[in-house]
Write a protein that binds this ligand. Structure first.
Ligand code: KIV
Length: 287
């Protein structure tokens, strides 16, 4: 869709997730209902209040404070170094910047792998301190005890399977589930995550046919990234989506704007005005 065509949400959207006009914050029950209706919906990452408020006003129903903040916001090379402190501070900012979106905070590497007790402590912090409505954690079978403990404690959990960037040091950045065995494992993990009580599942970098099969099999919504068109929802990292990321963006991503160019142009224009003495002008000046 073009940017102009996307200016307004769909006309009959009061009950839909995307573009819905209600002012209350969305819940995991709204997300579940969208799957029943067969509605496809968008999710974006955000790492600060101002950007989050733009996406909230645009009707994005779910905002993920992803640990992709490591690469996209904090200047790390991977998501691995991101700390729970950093996640808590930026998640709180995103919650403050939004009114309607359901905000999901990522459990950072090392904040839940020790087991359910550590996971509960970390997730409780994000819910109480930052005010997120749900948390996300990576891994299938290996993270089931954590998922069960959080759900039992009343914390909604979004699972993340396929490519799990916190495991980059063992997994690399490769499409997952291409072999028969890998596909079976992924399907098994997806069902197990649902059985453990996850309210949604992110599938990253998996073949489209497999992602569609998981989506058909599960009752909970499946959110794809690099997983083809057959999932219930799609997520993109906002800096990739808006063209702020430097260099090459992943093939599965799409740029809907060119913010890097726009910001660079603005900075250069400002610098030239200052160097040339045309800023500040009379209208910017107090006497
Ligand atoms: O951290 C993140 O942004 C994510 C998305 C890619 C799903 O996990």
């Amino acid at each position: 869709m073009t940017l102009q065509a996307a200016q307004k949400p769909p006309a009959d959207s009061t009950k839909t997730l995307y573009g819905g006009t209600g002012s209350r914050r969305l819940t995991v029950h709204d997300i579940a209902a969208a799957k029943q209706r067969g509605e496809k919906w968008p999710m974006l990452t955000a790492y600060d209040a101002m950007t989050a408020s733009v996406f909230d006003e645009a009707g994005i129903p779910v905002i993920l404070v992803g640990d992709s903040m490591g690469n996209c916001h904090l200047g790390y090379e991977t998501t691995v170094p991101v700390t729970l402190d950093e996640m808590a501070i930026l998640s709180a900012a995103v919650v403050r910047g939004t009114r309607r979106a359901l905000v999901v905070g990522d459990l950072t590497f090392g904040s839940y792998q020790e087991g359910p007790v550590q996971a509960l402590r970390s997730a409780t912090r994000l819910v109480k301190e930052a005010g997120v409505q749900a948390v996300k954690l990576e891994g299938g079978e290996r993270s089931l005890p954590q998922t069960e403990a959080l759900v039992q404690a009343g914390i909604p959990v979004m699972s993340h399977l396929g490519l799990t960037p916190q495991s980059v040091n063992t997994m690399g950045y490769r499409v997952q589930g291409r072999s028969d065995e890998g596909a079976h494992r992924l399907l098994r993990d997806a069902k197990a995550a649902q059985d453990a009580g996850a309210f949604a599942l992110v599938l990253e970098l998996v073949p489209a046919e497999l992602a569609a099969e998981v989506t058909r099999t599960l009752d909970i919504p499946v959110i794809g990234i690099g997983a083809g068109p057959g999932t219930d929802a799609q997520v993109l990292v906002w800096t990739d989506m808006a063209g702020l990321t430097a260099g090459k963006t992943p093939r599965f991503s799409k740029q809907y704007a060119h913010l890097r160019e726009t910001l660079g142009d603005a900075a250069r224009a400002f610098a030239q005005d200052v160097a040339g003495g045309s800023f500040p002008a009379e209208e910017h000046t107090f006497h």
